[in-house]
Ligand binder design. Structure first.
Ligand SMILES: CC(C)(COP(=O)(O)OP(=O)(O)OC[C@H]1O[C@@H](n2cnc3c(N)ncnc32)[C@H](O)[C@@H]1OP(=O)(O)O)[C@@H](O)C(=O)NCCC(=O)NCCS
Length: 378
């Protein structure tokens, strides 16, 4: 069968981002991801995705004010989060919370360009607030209110950890959000565009996307990477652990990406951020060293098997988030906070020139037949 997993299929045109797979390069609106991660804030990336250009100072100030306004989440939605049990996954809680936001959004059913832009801004900010509240509630703490003096990256950390992050932590979170904001027609973005393509509404589209991001083959991989690092525990154990897992036919989480037959360009940037965080630690955090050992073993094993499998965005983001003090099961929610900017930009783009997305399937079932009376059926 051709097209399994829709590999190689172009499902839409976009001005938002492009993956140059062979070269291992990713651009958002023409800007290289490394340039953006180094030089702009997440809010500036949001502006680029929603308005097509990086903002000047006054436009940035205006967007920051609107995002800050958007951080407010109606109290009943926070109360809804309290109903989740300890076994509910934070991404399931986020999916429910974001869906409930539509009850209180005056523009929930309005698909006009203005309303969709307003919702994009609100949803991106509110996802940070919900993520902060979910993290706090899971640890038995009360959610904290966002602070007017902090940007989105710092506010997200503040609302999750309950303390104001320092300059380095803020800069690293800003870069991590930038690197996760957008990535062409990835699975969750596709889900969002399929939903928008039926002329449903923006909340429905991003709820589809959150459910899709949750899976371990997509955004859920960062949590799995951390689980692996914690299981391996010490750098000396990494090599044997990886070889044994591969021997059992298992995949190593944080490796491989359909669109990169080479290193995912976001991985080395995240590795550098993890190094920066590590340098100022007490030197007892083994996560980066374990990750490097895994990377070396994977290089050897994949070369031997003739496969082009390299670290992806999730591999080093696990060490970054964990070192920042974020709980392992909250990693994918942080990814969702960033990707909300990309999803909403894609929904706006889909509505601008919509056509229903409706592929076909190849039928491999029974040949045509007639219904037998129930008494005659085996
Ligand atoms: C991302 C991913 C789903 C892409 O999948 P895909 O394009 O459908 O590629 P496949 O799963 O068909 O993999 C192709 C081959 O590479 C191998 N492979 C892919 N990822 C691998 C990994 N992480 N570890 C070991 N082997 C891997 C597969 O076993 C397969 O081998 P085979 O041809 O002998 O059966 C896949 O690489 C994966 O599952 N990675 C781990 C999860 C992850 O990190 N996801 C986050 C992506 S950003």
């Amino acid at each position: 069968m051709s097209g399994k997993g829709l590999e190689g299929v172009v499902a839409a045109q976009t001005t938002l981002s492009h993956v140059y797979g062979e070269e291992g390069r990713l651009i958002y609106g023409g800007y290289d991801i490394a340039d953006l991660a180094e030089n702009v804030s997440f809010e500036e990336v949001c502006h680029l995705l929603w308005f097509g250009e990086l903002p000047n100072q006054s436009r940035l100030d205006a967007l920051r004010a609107r995002l800050h306004e958007g951080l407010r989440v109606p109290a009943p939605v926070i109360d809804l989060l309290r109903q989740a049990g300890p076994e509910s996954h934070p991404m399931a809680i986020l999916r429910t919370g974001v869906s409930a936001l539509s009850f209180y959004d005056p523009e929930a059913e309005d698909n006009s360009p203005d309303a969709n832009l307003n919702k994009a801004i609100r949803l991106t900010a509110q996802t940070c607030t919900l993520t902060g509240a979910i993290a706090r509630l899971r640890q038995g703490n009360e959610p904290v209110e966002p602070r007017a003096d902090l940007g989105l990256a710092a506010n997200l950390l503040y609302m999750m950890l309950g303390r104001v992050p320092d300059e380095l932590e803020t800069r690293i979170m800003d870069a991590a959000l930038t690197l996760h904001a957008e990535h062409g027609m990835n699975a969750s973005t596709f889900a969002a565009r399929v939903t928008a393509g039926t002329l449903s509404d923006m909340h429905s589209a991003v709820v589809s996307a959150i459910g899709t991001l949750k899976g371990p083959l997509h955004g859920g991989a960062n949590e799995q990477v951390m689980e692996m690092l914690l299981k391996i525990r010490t750098p000396e154990r990494a090599d044997a652990w990886v070889r044994e897992a591969l021997e059992r036919g298992e995949k190593i989480m944080g490796f491989g990406n359909r669109v990169y037959p080479t290193t995912d360009p976001r991985a080395p940037i995240l590795k550098r951020l993890a190094e920066e965080l590590n340098r100022r630690g007490d030197g007892r955090r083994p996560w980066l060293e374990i990750s490097e050992r895994i990377q070396a073993t994977m290089r050897e094993e994949m070369d031997r098997r003739g496969k082009k499998i390299y670290p992806n965005v999730d591999f080093f983001s696990a060490s970054v988030y964990y070192t920042l003090g974020i709980a392992r099961d909250m990693f994918t929610n942080v990814f969702a906070c960033a990707r909300m900017a990309g999803w909403t930009a894609h929904v706006i783009e889909q509505f601008r020139d919509n056509r229903l997305i409706r592929p076909q399937s190849e039928y491999v079932g029974a040949p045509p037949r007639r219904v037998a009376p129930i008494a005659d059926r085996t």
